[in-house]
Design a protein around this ligand. Structure first.
Ligand code: IMP
Length: 178
């Protein structure tokens, strides 16, 4: 299916997204209370969210980037998480904050939490996602922080893509063909 920008309906505006990010940052600043954090951005989808979120975090912070993929192309997940590039520094004893765009089946989140637990004895590992599609969950996992709970809609914009397009939109939209 081809998606044109005129088929998109706005679900969250730029203002709503930025306001939510500030709220999340307030919670995180309180939790970490000035302790150092390693913020791990899951490429490519979380890039916009991670970059905007860390600007509001007030503790000493290092950013790392890892690259996973589960949506081959199009609008359905492959059901298999591929670690495209997951090279990380030594995170033993560190506070780790994983930053994702959306939790859908939960497979990616589970993969990452298991990866952290198998490879490091962190001080804390928290999972943060801007969006949470709770009703499509296939594995038992909940993000520690999330911005918006959403229905089972295919979303694009603000990092989320359809076949690589629309990541650059400042809003989050869904496909409405009616
Ligand atoms: P999960 O492993 O099924 O939870 O899916 C996580 C990944 O699937 C996210 O990081 C996204 O890259 C992708 N994804 C899930 N839902 C959507 C969507 O509605 N639009 C675009 N990408 C999505």
């Amino acid at each position: 299916m081809e998606i044109k920008e005129s088929d998109l309906k706005v679900l969250f505006t730029e203002e709503q997204i930025q306001a939510k990010i500030k709220e999340l940052a307030v919670e995180m600043n309180k939790f970490y209370n000035g302790e150092e954090v390693y913020a791990i951005c899951v490429l490519k989808g979380a890039v916009m969210f991670a970059v905007d979120l860390v600007k509001h975090l007030n503790m000493p912070l290092k950013m790392e980037f890892i690259r996973l993929s589960s949506y081959g192309t199009g609008m359905t997940t492959t059901g298999k998480v591929n670690a495209v590039d997951i090279s990380l520094p030594d995170l033993n004893g560190k506070n780790v904050l994983i930053i994702e765009d959306i939790v859908d089946t939960g497979l990616t989140a589970k993969f990452l939490m298991d990866f952290m637990h198998c490879n490091f004895k962190t001080k804390s590992t928290k999972f943060c996602s801007l969006l949470d599609k709770k009703i499509t969950r296939k594995v038992d996992i909940e993000p520690d922080y999330y911005g918006f709970e959403i229905d089972d809609k295919f979303l694009v914009g603000y990092g989320l893509d359809y076949e690589g397009y629309y990541r650059n939109l400042r809003y989050i939209g869904y496909v409405d063909k009616n």
